[in-house]
Structures are given as structure tokens and as C-alpha cells.
Design a protein around this ligand. Sequence first.
Ligand code: SF4
Length: 122
Amino acid sequence: MRANLDIQGDTPSDIKTGSADSGDQSPLAAARQKLREQHASGQKTVRRTPIEKSRAKPGSLRLAINAMCWQCQGEDADPCVEWRIGNCKIDGCALHPQRPYQRLQGKPTPKSLVSGGEEKGR
Ligand code: SF4
């Protein structure tokens, strides 16, 4: 059984264990609550590209790999970059075993990538 933690404030532990304000203790509910609070206080959500995320945290190999695969697949010039990375067939690439979005490997090709019965991606 999960302990009922009385968490108050705006700490990283809120993200892991849930917010005290909502009945839902899941990490997703806590993150949504935090986002609502940020929006209510006037903070804007900034969407960064994988390259920008990597530059902001240069010590992270995970962010560096994510950025490299994103760049390699043409960034967001074509749709479904996540699917294209997950289904990358260049297994000779040193990053292949570590590429992100591997959960999408083998999933059906998104309709936005199919044109006249042929796949556009690599
Ligand atoms: S794993 Fe695929 S998408 Fe990632 S860098 Fe290598 S070739 Fe590019």
C-alpha cells in the first residue's frame, strides 16, 4: 500500500508523489497541477527543441543523443519525427541502440508519412 504523504509546496518531490491539493496522487496529476499553477501565475510554457534542451544541459548524454537523432532525421521538417527516429533502420549507427522513441518501433507508419502507397521516411 502506498503511503499517503502530506506534501505542500513546490518541490521536485511534488512531481514524484502527487500534489496535496488534488485527490489524485499520480506523478502526471502533480505535473498537471504544477502546470496549471504556472499558467495561473502568468508564466508561459516554453517549448524547446531537443537541440536547445541539450545545450541547456551539456552534461547530459541522453539529451545529446536525443538532439543528434532529431537533427539526423531532419528535425521537424517532415511530420512524425518521433516515429522516424524510433523506426530508424540505420543499425550501423553507433547511437542506434540508444536512440529515443524505440517504443514506436514496429508501429504502423503514420498516415502523414504515407503518400501514394509509398513511405516517405528512411
Ligand atoms: S540512430 Fe538513426 S536517427 Fe539516430 S543518429 Fe543514428 S542514424 Fe540518426
